[in-house]
Design a protein around this ligand. Structure first.
Ligand SMILES: Nc1ncnc2c1ncn2[C@@H]1O[C@H](COP(=O)(O)OP(=O)(O)OP(=O)(O)O)[C@@H](O)[C@H]1O
Ligand SMILES: [Mg+2]
Length: 247
């Protein structure tokens, strides 16, 4: 059985979809077969980030409504041949129930090493669906107090559901930390109260790759950080690189 991981944050725009795509591709580079489920009904983004938006005919709601075999709504990404995507339903009305979602995740986990669910913002019904089948979670925060506090709230909910969660700090920029204008990494970890799995710097390569459905350049800072996160996720001891500490 594959591992089912939900990528969540509480706060919108923290980088959940970016981390879902980046982790998925990094795991694929390590030889794992990955399927990403876009759980953001009405506001899908993984289809663009992973370059399948023009080919996508069916989406997750078609699976639930019996309009197609599940495999017809799975699209192999041109970004990495070991990564596939199931697009989110186009409208909120077509959102599934948590029970449906858990069943779908378990079904995919028979065929893939990793099922990664990209969670919508907030802690409403979409969140409940996205976490329903998960046996692990990554909580994404940006390096600011508000995002970190939302990560803490989400972390508590996940804890109550017995879903082990780790923290990703995304969009780290050294200058506001050095000048004391923003909290440093230790403060963010304290507020979020979650164990850190890795840090992704603010990197324009990320925005470019996301917007164009292209892979991150292998030697980009962000790609190295995603690779480190993927290796830690698989249980390897990988010390924080200077790059991740931004020093
Ligand atoms: N490390 C980064 N460096 C530069 N740009 C980034 C980085 N992470 C995310 N972005 C950009 O920030 C925007 C928001 O990221 P993303 O869509 O992944 O957030 P999200 O948490 O999934 O948002 P939502 O809550 O709306 O689902 C995107 O345009 C993305 O390209
Ligand atoms: Mg998103």
């Amino acid at each position: 059985m594959g591992i089912i991981t939900v990528i969540t944050s509480g706060k919108g725009g923290a980088g959940k979809s970016t981390v879902a795509a980046g982790l998925g591709c990094a795991l694929a580079h390590l030889g794992r077969k990955v399927v990403l489920l876009d759980g953001d009904a009405g506001l899908r983004s993984l289809d663009i980030m992973l370059g399948i938006s023009e080919r996508a005919v069916y989406d997750m709601s078609d699976i639930f409504e019996g309009n197609c075999e599940p495999i017809r709504a799975v699209y192999q990404s041109p970004v990495n041949e070991r990564v596939s995507v199931v697009p989110a339903p186009v409208s909120l009305e077509k959102m599934c129930s948590p029970v449906d979602m858990a069943r779908l995740c378990r079904g995919f986990a028979k065929y893939y090493d990793h099922v990664i669910v990209d969670c919508p913002a907030g802690i409403g019904q979409g969140f409940e669906c996205a976490i329903a089948g998960a046996n692990r979670a990554l909580v994404v925060t940006t390096p600011d107090m508000i995002s970190a506090r939302d990560a803490q709230i989400v972390g508590r909910i996940l804890d109550r559901r017995n879903i082990p969660a780790r923290l990703v700090i995304n969009r780290l920029r050294p200058m506001p930390i050095i000048t004391g204008k923003m909290p440093d990494v230790d403060e963010i970890i304290d507020i979020a109260s979650l164990q850190l799995i890795g840090i992704i710097p603010e990197d324009e390569e990320v925005a470019i790759a996301n917007a164009n459905g292209r892979p991150l350049p292998v030697r980009s800072n962000a790609a190295i950080c995603f690779s480190n996160i993927a290796r830690r996720f698989l249980g390897e001891q990988v010390p924080l690189a200077n790059l991740e500490k931004m020093i």
